[in-house]
Design a protein around this ligand. Sequence first.
Ligand SMILES: [Zn+2]
Length: 57
Amino acid sequence: MAKKKCDQCKDEITTAFRVRHLSLHYAQKEWVFLCDDCLNEVKPNNSSYKYGGTWKA
Ligand SMILES: [Zn+2]
């Protein structure tokens, strides 16, 4: 089964949330993949947060 790595904690995950959460991500037009835990860390009160879809293995 294909897996992705969380860009923040580097855990291998089977469900990844495609998001932008830094102004850098907009400047570089890139998306990062996060696990559930990291998503909940970066999301609160983050005006740069943007959800781009969910990836499943
Ligand atoms: Zn993570």
